[in-house]
Design a protein around this ligand. Structure first.
Ligand code: C5P
Length: 232
């Protein structure tokens, strides 16, 4: 099973992102391009980071009617990414359409994973605003089951739910987990957080780390600390 630390490159433009990544002279981290950077720079930032040798998780969290998502995924399939995602809340038909759109004529495609519940969501928000009254971990595993049945490769969830997702969808079904902080670190807007070491213990396949690395005065050292805690 592949396992890695993915840096969330939540920057407002290419210049800032590239000068951040230039600091990594000895390693080529797996990077995540989210909405902020992609909306600022478009597909050129994906091509540039690929050209520099990075693996890429394109985190655009698609969520729309099946036809629209299928066509958008078709466009994204032309880019050389490693992981693409959508919201499981869009439903099974949308997820199957996404998979069809993402699959290239030769049958190849990036991994496709589904966001279950954002790691900034907690039980209270889910009940009061989304009107979902089931326990959060049950909702996450139900969405994961839907994603697996639709043929997807895994989910985005909190490390706290990784074990349950593997138990119901199989060890090979990927859990990509944001909401990672060093012990004592600033939690910010995240609610369901763990340390890299705890994420490993709980069975996460990939951890996504943003501000704990990008906001550190020595991001390379912070990244290495994540890798050491999570992988070694
Ligand atoms: O800075 P921080 O480590 O909190 O960043 C987490 C990253 O993971 C952000 O880019 C956020 O958009 C993303 N993410 C998340 N929760 C999800 C899916 C993606 O926090 N369920």
């Amino acid at each position: 099973m592949a396992s890695d630390v993915i840096i969330a490159c939540d920057f407002s433009g290419a210049e800032e992102c590239l000068s951040f990544l230039d600091r990594f002279t000895e390693e080529k981290p797996f990077v995540k391009i989210g909405m902020e950077l992609y909306y600022a720079e478009g597909p050129s930032i994906v091509r540039e980071l690929k050209r520099r040798g990075h693996k890429i998780f394109l985190d655009l969290k698609l969520h729309d009617i099946p036809n629209t998502v299928q066509k958008a995924m078709r466009v994204l399939s032309y880019l050389d990414t490693d992981i693409v995602n959508l919201h499981a809340a869009g439903g099974s038909v949308m997820m199957k359409a996404a998979l069809a759109g993402l699959t290239r004529p030769d049958g190849s495609r990036p991994l496709l994973i589904a966001v279950t519940q954002l790691t900034s969501t907690d039980q209270k928000l889910m009940e009061s605003e989304l009107l979902i009254e089931k326990p959060l971990d049950e909702v996450v595993t139900a969405y994961a089951r839907n994603a697996a049945a639709a043929g997807l490769d895994g989910v985005v969830c909190s490390p706290l739910e990784a074990g349950r997702v593997h138990a119901c969808c199989g060890a090979g079904f990927l859990t990509v987990t944001p909401g990672v902080r060093f012990s004592g670190g600033d939690v910010g807007d995240q609610k369901r957080v763990t340390t890299p070491a705890m994420a490993r213990e709980l069975g996460s396949d990939y951890i996504v780390v943003g501000r704990a690395v990008t906001g550190d005065p020595d991001p390379v050292a912070a990244y290495r600390r994540c890798v050491k805690e999570f992988l070694e």
